[in-house]
Design a binder for this molecule. Structure first.
Ligand SMILES: [Zn+2]
Length: 241
């Protein structure tokens, strides 16, 4: 028998053990602080050099690039290594699934990645670490080295569209998978929430791992409330069969 395709949708909760707080969820840090939210809102960022200067300082102070994958990230990689076909759809921008060992092309980052920068004009990409080194060396708002355009984090800012290709792939995986595990997400933000419904509509076994109740708990075949760092590795070991 073919092994079932397992889709794992991850939210901020999978990375809290790695020391990364929830920035963008409905109760995230940015939503509670309108001034901080401006730093990650496209219109303000593009229109105001002072916002960009503060935004780069925030990225410099934010040590997310130093975070390490935790037991939950490693468990997902272990599932892939065991031969089970796995796809990860993540709301996180921390890149910890890939650092934890999951093949990069099997990870769909709905909100982009904080590990890269992208030029808003020519769309050239580069490592965030290089841009931060320029900020540390004294550039308030380092421009694109290719064209001089405004550089930003390769994350999807408020006011920006999600990548339609990534979104289309996420939808296709949600329809095709036999098991859909939503982990560490409140499932209150689109499109992540909608993907859960799509997977359930297409007959996937739905497992929700989250400390708090979600709007999809009633549709789930299994709801796990235990801490993710212990619960997810155990759950995924069962799937290795
Ligand atoms: Zn450029």
């Amino acid at each position: 028998m073919n092994k079932p395709l397992v889709a794992i949708l991850s939210g901020a909760g999978i990375s809290t053990d790695s020391g990364i707080p929830d920035y963008r969820g409905p109760n995230g840090l940015w939503r509670k602080d309108p001034e901080a939210e401006k730093l990650v809102t496209y219109e303000y960022y593009m229109g105001d050099p002072e916002i960009r200067r503060r935004s780069w300082q925030m990225r410099l102070k934010n040590r997310a690039l130093l975070a390490e994958p935790n037991a939950a990230h490693r468990a997902v990689a272990e599932l892939e290594r065991s031969g089970v076909p796995v796809r990860v759809i993540t709301q996180n921008v921390d890149g910890l699934h890939q650092l934890g060992g999951v093949t990069a092309r099997k990870v769909l980052e709905l909100h982009g990645t904080a590990r890269q920068v992208v030029c808003t004009q020519c769309h050239a990409r580069g490592p965030m670490a290089d841009a931060l080194a320029r900020v540390e060396a004294g550039e308030d708002d380092p421009p694109c080295l290719e064209c001089g355009g405004i550089l930003k984090s390769a994350t999807v800012m408020f006011g920006e569209r999600l990548d339609p290709v990534v979104l289309g792939d996420a939808l296709a995986i949600s329809k095709a998978c036999q098991v859909f595990i939503a982990v560490g997400s409140s499932l209150q933000v689109q499109p992540a929430a909608g993907l859960v419904g799509v997977a359930a509509d297409h007959g996937a076994r739905l497992i929700i791992v989250n400390a708090e109740p979600t709007p999809y708990d009633e549709r789930a075949d299994e709801v796990v409330r235990e801490p993710i760092g212990a619960a997810l590795p155990e759950l995924l070991r069962r799937l290795q069969g």
